[in-house]
Design a binder for this molecule. Structure first.
Ligand SMILES: [Zn+2]
Length: 318
């Protein structure tokens, strides 16, 4: 009987094991104790790499596998754990960032390289390589929707002008109303352009958003329990990895045309922030929320100022 008890699946234990695995830095394979002769420079040595020229001890005759690795290497994707990095960005993103910042560089795919690779894949997925073959930039339906919205806006604009004519006594001159309309249309066009950019270039958009947010976020995370003396440059690298994590999720969601879930993956950025900082969930959420809200307040103030300036310029120069 006790044997059966032992073998029973224990969820709590599994979760504890998974947590321990998440937090444990990657273990690099031990050095080989065999003596090797380097096939490149013919030095004799023990270890995994030739100390003279750096060629791997495992250098073998070409097989299809070695040839494929060689091909990947030519594009900078060989060795350096691309798949391990992608796996870790899903299962332990914050701990991967900690490993990397603490000096485990050779174990992980460099964040910039990964960003360009994932952005390229993301562009393919949002421009037609997905299960529905949807391509918003060439989609006629999409264009007709945009056209309809524009037509609707035009008629609405005409209506408000008519209404203004009938109610002259609203304290505003016709000129002022027209001015308002022009500023409004500039505003809507800008919002439209941003929304379309987000849809087509989600990874670049995310990076820009995080960079915009990074100053505020940095203020809230620079003295965290796990990294008490975080540098801005290190935080920048962390944000790049976080963008990469986000892009992996959006590639999957966009591939299956689940655009709504793609928006939700923004909230997943809390996971790496929590793991790398060591703050509790609610503190991480609170800090991120305050940083985001202060950024938006500043953005809105800047936007209002910009609209006022545009309004003044339009008024002055027609
Ligand atoms: Zn050598």
């Amino acid at each position: 009987m006790p044997r059966v008890m032992e073998k029973r699946f224990n969820l709590k234990e599994k979760i504890a094991e998974f947590r321990a695995w998440q937090e444990r830095p990657r273990e690099v394979a031990a050095n080989s104790q065999e003596e090797h002769e380097c096939l490149n420079c013919h030095d004799h040595y023990t270890g995994n790499y030739c100390p003279r020229c750096g060629q791997a001890a495992t250098t073998d005759r070409f097989s299809m596998k070695v040839a494929a690795e060689n091909f990947a290497d030519a594009y900078g994707m060989g060795e350096r754990g691309m798949f391990r990095t992608i796996r870790d960005l899903i299962l332990r993103p914050g701990y991967l960032i900690l490993d990397y910042l603490h000096g485990m560089r050779a174990s992980y795919f460099a964040p910039f390289k990964l960003f360009f690779l994932l952005t390229a894949i993301s562009l393919l997925v949002t421009h037609g390589i997905n299960i529905k073959g949807q391509n918003p930039s060439a989609d006629e339906d999409m264009q007709s929707v945009v056209q309809k919205v524009e037509e609707k806006r035009a008629t609405e604009g005409a209506n408000t002008v008519e209404m203004d004519a009938s109610t002259v006594d609203d304290g505003l001159t016709e000129e002022e109303n027209q001015l308002g309309e022009r500023v409004k249309s500039i505003f809507y066009n800008t919002v439209d352009a941003i929304a379309r950019f987000q849809e087509r270039f989600s990874s670049i958009f995310m990076l820009l958003m995080l960079m915009l947010l990074s100053g505020y976020l940095f203020l809230f995370f620079r003295h965290s329990p796990n990294i008490p003396d975080l540098r801005y440059a290190e935080f920048f690298i962390a944000l790049l990895y976080i963008t990469n994590m986000y892009t992996i999720y959006t590639i999957v969601f966009d591939f299956f045309c689940l655009n709504k879930l793609s928006v939700l993956s923004i909230f997943l950025t809390l996971i790496p922030l929590k793991q790398m900082s060591g703050y509790s969930w609610w503190r991480t959420t609170l800090k991120t929320a305050i940083a985001t809200i202060s950024m938006f307040i500043l953005l809105i103030v800047l936007l209002v100022l910009a609209l006022l300036v545009i309004g003044l310029l339009v008024k002055k120069f027609g």
